[in-house]
Design a protein around this ligand. Structure first.
Ligand code: PLP
Length: 406
């Protein structure tokens, strides 16, 4: 896999050759295959789905259902109807927190999350726990930035109803051993929800092999357009769940007093679904599959290893997260005494685009003892030279901020 060749597929990167784009963990750039699939669909096959009986609507419906099959294959399930289309990972996780808590959560019950969760996999569970009088506890992280396995076991001994954890941290880059954790959590009687927003774009994912119950992805982080993401769940559980959003498209029979609901996945796709975006997302999944997710992961790993080695040589720079093969292409760092926003602004002036802030993970930043970090994240179109430019810009930043550094 040669990132220089792949970059030719990304018009924005081609148009801005001097931009070092290191913010794919926030949202990824789009290959032409995706934007062209979207344009083609809008220009040649657009009509609302699951409603019209005329050929154009039938063709659009077929394209939408074909996208479902593509995403099912990409995620490793033989059953396309286990895939629900939502707007983003946040909506998927809110759907799960709502519907799972309605069906399975009662007063005093326990929901286990982790200290490294993005707010999208924390706040919805807090809201659900508050509504149901349930409790919420977090698996702490070790100083290296991994989940504490002994603490995980102790929480499982309390028989949680739900365990919600991220596949890969968007701050530390830690890849959690989900298959192992899910097996133990399910053996303890919990339903396991995985936030795959950073997992699906970067790691080969097979939901059956991972063994969780639900897996939420973020389409726009895996080269897809904004507005469509795949939410996978086991069919038997989908069947049991009440809907999240209600209205058109998701019903069986409606009277003035009450309604019955369609089977999954339709039950969870109220209103006009993001079908054009789903077609674009399917093009993204096909693009990633053609490159090969093993290759994407190997490439991310090579870049992060190079970055960790180079950043370790920058005096005073504090880098967070583990070292080892369980580390994906995300690196967060600070110069103590220099605000992350100032550092990111300096890097931007050198043409290096990184994100700064708490990255929607305030409890994690509290644990790390900093209000904010700057974060570089890598993807299949990033090159070794770009990693070197980041390191060089950080060396310059160190000289620039020398009197501020504590
Ligand atoms: N979970 C993690 C780990 C993330 O990094 C993000 C986005 O930054 C999300 C969830 C939310 O994703 P989305 O923008 O698709 O709602």
């Amino acid at each position: 896999m040669d990132p220089r060749e792949l970059r030719r597929d990304f018009p924005l990167l081609e148009a801005q050759p001097d931009l070092v784009f290191l913010d794919s963990a926030a949202s990824a750039q789009k290959p032409r295959a995706v934007t062209e699939a979207l344009t083609r669909f809008y220009e040649t096959a657009y009509a609302n789905v699951h409603r019209g009986s005329y050929p154009l609507s039938e063709a659009a419906t077929e394209a939408f259902e074909d996208a479902r099959r593509t995403l099912a294959e990409f995620l490793g399930t033989p059953d396309p109807e286990e895939v629900v289309f939502v707007r983003n990972a946040t909506e998927g996780l809110n759907l799960l927190a709502h519907s799972l808590s309605e069906r399975f959560l009662g007063p005093g019950d326990l929901v286990v999350v982790t200290e490294m969760e993005h707010h999208a996999n924390l706040v919805p569970w807090q809201q659900a726990a508050r509504r149901k009088g349930a409790r919420i506890r977090a698996v702490p992280i070790t100083d290296e930035g991994r989940l504490d396995p002994a603490a995980f076991e102790r929480l499982l001994a309390e028989e949680p109803r739900i365990v919600a954890l991220t596949h890969m941290s968007n701050v530390l880059g830690t890849v959690n051993p989900v298959a192992d954790l899910a097996e133990r959590a399910r053996a303890a009687g919990a339903i396991v929800v995985v936030d795959g927003a950073q997992g699906a774009p970067h790691l080969p994912v097979n939901v059956r092999a991972l063994g969780a119950d639900f897996y939420a992805t973020s389409g726009h982080k895996m080269l897809g357009p904004t507005g469509a993401s795949a939410l996978w769940g086991r069919r038997a559980l989908w069947e049991e769940l009440p809907p999240f959003l209600t209205g058109g498209g998701m019903i069986e029979r409606v009277t003035i007093e009450e309604s019955t609901f369609a089977p999954p996945p339709t039950r969870f796709e109220a209103g006009t679904p993001p079908f054009a975006e789903a077609v674009g997302l399917a093009a993204a999944a096909r693009y990633l599959a053609a490159v090969g997710m093993e290759n994407v992961w190997r490439h991310d790993r090579a870049l992060v290893e190079r970055a960790l080695a180079a950043l370790a040589e920058v005096p005073d720079l504090k880098v967070f997260g583990p070292t080892g093969p369980d580390r994906g292409g995300v690196v967060s760092f600070v110069f103590p005494g220099v605000h992350a926003h100032d550092l990111a602004t300096f890097l931007a002036q050198k043409g290096v685009a990184v994100r700064s802030g708490h990255h929607c993970a305030q409890p994690l930043h509290r644990r790390l003892g900093v209000a904010a970090t700057a974060r570089a994240s890598f993807y299949l179109y990033n090159t070794e030279e770009e990693v070197d430019r980041l390191a060089e810009a950080l060396r310059e930043a160190r000289r620039f901020f020398a009197t501020w550094i504590e």
